[in-house]
Design a protein around this ligand. Structure first.
Ligand SMILES: [Zn+2]
Length: 251
């Protein structure tokens, strides 16, 4: 680490749980952030500011006026611009030392698999269940840790699936496919700072995972009620009948 980096990351280096070694691990790591919206904005901004080595931001949508209430990566002059492209403008202004890649299209299963394989940690910042399950399948297959966030109305959720561990549960163990409805944000609304809170928690878990610091929320679902400002934690275990885990176990 050069003098500039020592200075830039000094407040991390001061933390005993991170230190120079943890910061070097962060710099040597690659994060895949899928979704450059309400969750992806703070998540990617903290990862870039904190000095992640490589960050790939994926989003096929364009910035819309209704996004600006919470999607702090984007600005009014970038309405109509692809969100991954717009996000990179902000992230490179925050930290030009991060190797940034924008994927400005919707990625299919094969594309996801190769993006996930190239990452050390995956952040699911999307808002639809079909994509969430596709991301989960890729992470299970490639054994990559998955940090999942959700925010709708005043309700936030955070879960970590450390799929590097052989006995880890996956997203599908917790939320079986076909159970839930889609894109609730557009219909039900979302409290702007809630996406910031949950996205920042996703960045925190991702940084801890790559820095080997502390204990992640693996095996626990955090449920945040931002209206009453209350957090509940629900423990969960691997579902022995989960089709996603079983498919991988069978190889
Ligand atoms: Zn599973």
């Amino acid at each position: 680490m050069n003098d500039d980096e020592l200075l830039r990351y000094s407040r991390h280096i001061l933390l005993q749980e991170i230190g120079i070694e943890g910061q070097a691990r962060i710099r040597a790591s690659s994060a895949l952030v899928i979704g450059a919206g309400g969750l992806g904005s703070p998540a990617s901004m903290y990862l870039a500011a904190a000095g992640i080595g490589r960050l790939t931001l994926v989003d096929g949508d364009a910035v819309d006026l209704t996004n600006l209430q919470r999607q702090i990566l984007h600005t009014a002059d970038r309405i109509g611009v692809n969100k991954a492209t717009s996000g990179l403008v902000t992230l490179s202004a925050v930290n030009s030392q991060v190797a940034l890649t924008a994927v400005s299209e919707r990625v299919g299963e094969a594309g996801l698999r190769s993006l996930v394989a190239a990452a050390d940690v995956v952040l699911d910042c999307t808002d639809n269940f079909a994509t969430r399950h596709a991301i989960n399948r890729a992470c299970v297959a490639q054994r990559r840790p998955l940090v999942s966030g959700a925010a709708v109305r005043f309700d936030g959720q955070l879960a970590v699936f450390d799929l590097r561990q052989a006995d880890a549960s996956c997203y599908s163990c917790l939320f079986p496919e076909g159970d839930a409805q889609d894109d609730l944000c557009a219909v039900m609304g979302v409290f702007a700072p809630l996406t910031g809170i949950v996205g920042a928690m996703q960045a925190a878990e991702a940084l801890k995972l790559v820095a080997h610091a502390g204990r992640t929320a693996s095996g626990r679902l955090l449920i945040l009620d931002a209206l009453g400002m209350d957090v509940r934690t629900v423990r969960f275990e691997r579902d022995a009948h989960c089709p996603v885990c079983r498919a991988v176990a069978r190889g």
